[in-house]
Design a protein around this ligand. Structure first.
Ligand code: C2E
Ligand code: CA
Ligand code: CA
Length: 583
């Protein structure tokens, strides 16, 4: 039994559209859960247009059903008037002065817009145990869950056709100022479905839909539940950075919602891709495909992220087709049409005795310019090319560092290279990597590997094996994009890492969001006490650098200190001195 959200949006945004009638099968399933949770002989719900009940075949239960038949309306009024939306009695009587015939709790059911939609009732017979505050709490929680089911995720949202028409109407009168499409996809829904069942997944979608549709939007904006866990937002006359800001706010709003899964509250999250609407796109297909590609890039880098689709990179993604991108990538790896850039991880307080650089891969396109991995990693992931990409990158890194080490064996430097999830679990790759690290090749001390929190926890024991093997050769490990995945500091204990890289979203929000600041401070303190260095990513301004220093972060990386530059400019062409770099 699933509580499936409709695959095609049905509700129109017009306020006059009648609320959709809840699916009786869905309501019955929810009632069964209420009955089990409260061990109730009788449970019932009455919401707009629907009244359902379940009666156990036990003595006294049918009296309760009779009472409900006659007294539902009055009970509903009483609950509606109760200050906290719940009432209860262990002396339920059919009439004033009559015999006690049961025990009852009743809770108000509110819809997605928090309006009172009905009442949920659980009753026990005289022979059953008393009801108390714990039962009232349980029923209230279940009423909240049911309320979410009653308000489908797409309520208050446009159908795709209406969404498209509205967007195109705005585009035709935009006077040269095009709008943006935001494409959102709920994070890790498959995990939720697997752990807590499809019904929980559907509840999560409904809660995300409600969060998006009730979020304040600029005038003329439109929201659509495309299908399943996919949502779209249209912003008229909006730049890409306005689109990014709105998407970031939506991520924040969604992250404040929880799904109650078998009694446990679980934070929800969504990732967004943002793209402009191009001039001639009568079906919005190009805009949507570009936003979708950016969303995949966002997901690839963790949860609750936003990526913007940049037109400048259209030369590699001529069509939004992963097959073409994967083909282009394969060709580039075979013909060595890729480069390595490096970005310093600068020590924030005082001089460090070791220089540190992150090495990043770049494809070289037909015009000789660099293309960021954000544009080809999703395709590489989909076509299982990540191990190949990491191997090509590491082959080049080993080759270049071997020469460099011969020329300056005493240089205190560390190069930090990204490893993708599939590489972590690939034993051949691990063996190959180990065999290339050592005194006769590249010393382990010169190397660090960055693994994202999400990839690291996918298979904890595999990650631990990798770390153990490579640490034995002197290499170090960093937990990358920290804060975007499960964000559990407990993993610092599980994984023997010497560096923690705080995701750029915390750096960006540092001066405006007190919670980002608390998290940065907490992580800095805890990491320091564990002997783990902290690095803040995406540091772009001097004031942020200062704040990070005050909060006790050890290093910073970002455009403030420099864009990533070709590795050669750090190592110097073989035989030439290297440039001086910040430490
Ligand atoms: P990452 O590991 O989080 O790398 C940092 C990214 O942030 C880089 O993007 C870098 O150019 C960018 N960045 C640095 N400073 C700033 C700043 O101040 N502001 C902003 N907005 N961005 C900044 P890049 O190079 O496009 O890499 C994107 C992602 O691709 C990386 O994220 C990493 O996950 C992946 N990646 C990069 N190179 C490799 C590689 O060789 N192998 C694998 N498996 N993944 C790679
Ligand atoms: Ca990284
Ligand atoms: Ca990172």
């Amino acid at each position: 039994m699933t509580l499936t959200a409709s695959s095609q949006p049905t509700a129109s945004a017009s306020a006059s559209a009648p609320p959709p009638r809840p699916d009786p099968a869905v309501v019955d399933e929810a009632l069964r859960r209420v009955q089990a949770a409260l061990d109730a002989a009788f449970v019932a719900i009455e919401v707009e247009g629907l009244s359902r009940s379940l009666t156990r075949d036990v003595p006294g239960a049918h009296v309760l059903a009779d009472l409900w038949r006659h007294g539902a309306r009055g009970l509903r009024e009483q609950v509606r008037a109760a200050p906290d939306g719940v009432i209860g009695t262990n002396r339920l009587r059919g009439e004033r002065g009559g015999p006690v015939c049961g025990k009852l709790v009743a809770a108000v059911v509110r819809d997605g817009a928090r309006a009172t939609a009905g009442v949920l009732v659980a009753a026990r017979t005289v022979d059953q145990a008393k009801l108390g505050p714990a039962e009232s709490r349980t029923l209230t929680e279940l009423a909240v869950e049911i309320g979410r089911l009653l308000a489908p995720a797409d309520s208050g949202m446009l159908s795709w056709t209406a969404f498209k028409e509205l967007a195109l109407k705005h585009e035709s009168i935009a006077g040269g100022l095009s709008g943006c499409i935001l494409y959102g996809d709920v994070d890790q829904l498959h995990v939720l479905n697997k752990l807590a069942g499809l019904a929980a997944g559907d509840q999560a979608i409904a809660a995300v839909g409600e969060a998006i549709s009730t979020h304040p939007m600029p005038q003329g904006a439109a929201v659509c539940h495309i299908s399943g866990d996919r949502f779209a937002v249209y912003l008229p006359k909006a730049s890409l950075s306005q689109g990014r800001r709105t998407a970031e706010r939506l991520c924040q709003t969604v992250s404040e919602r929880c799904a109650v899964i078998t009694g446990l509250r679980t934070r929800l999250s969504i990732s967004f891709g943002v793209a402009s609407v191009p001039p001639a796109d009568p079906e919005l297909t190009q805009a949507l495909a570009a936003a979708e590609a950016a969303c995949r890039a966002a997901k690839d880098r963790g949860r609750s992220r936003v990526e913007v689709y940049q037109d400048a990179d259209l030369s590699i993604i001529r069509r939004n087709d992963d097959v073409l991108v994967a083909e282009r990538l394969r060709e580039a790896l075979e013909t060595q049409q890729f480069g390595i850039v490096a970005q310093p991880l600068v020590a924030l307080s005082g001089e460090s005795d070791t220089e540190c650089f992150e090495l990043l891969v770049r494809l070289i396109n037909d015009t000789g310019t660099f293309v960021s991995p954000a544009h080809f990693i999703p395709a590489a992931a989909r076509y299982q090319m990540l191990v190949e990409l990491d191997r090509a990158m590491m082959t080049r890194v080993f080759k270049r560092l071997r020469t460099a080490h011969k020329e300056m064996p005493g240089r205190a430097v560390r190069f930090s290279v990204n490893l993708s999830g599939p590489s972590i679990g690939n034993p051949d790759f691990l063996e190959w990597l180990s065999s290339n690290i050592g005194p006769s090749s590249v010393p382990g001390e010169w190397l660090q590997f960055e693994i994202t929190e999400t990839a690291a926890v996918a298979d904890v024991s595999q990650t631990q094996t990798l770390i153990r093997h490579l640490r034995a050769r002197g290499a170090q490990f960093a937990l990358d994009d920290f804060g975007t995945g499960v964000s559990s500091l407990a993993y610092l204990k599980a994984f023997d890492v010497s560096m923690l890289k705080l995701d750029g979203s915390f750096t960006r929000d540092l001066l405006t969001d007190p919670r980002a600041e608390s998290l940065v401070r907490g992580v800095a303190q805890l990491s320091r006490s564990m002997g783990i260095q902290t690095v803040a990513e995406c540091v772009e301004t001097e004031v942020v650098r200062q704040r990070l220093t005050e909060l006790g972060i050890d290093r910073a990386q970002g455009f403030l200190f420099g864009q990533p530059v070709p590795l050669e400019s750090i190592l110097g062409a073989p035989g030439e001195p290297a440039l001086a770099t910040p430490r």
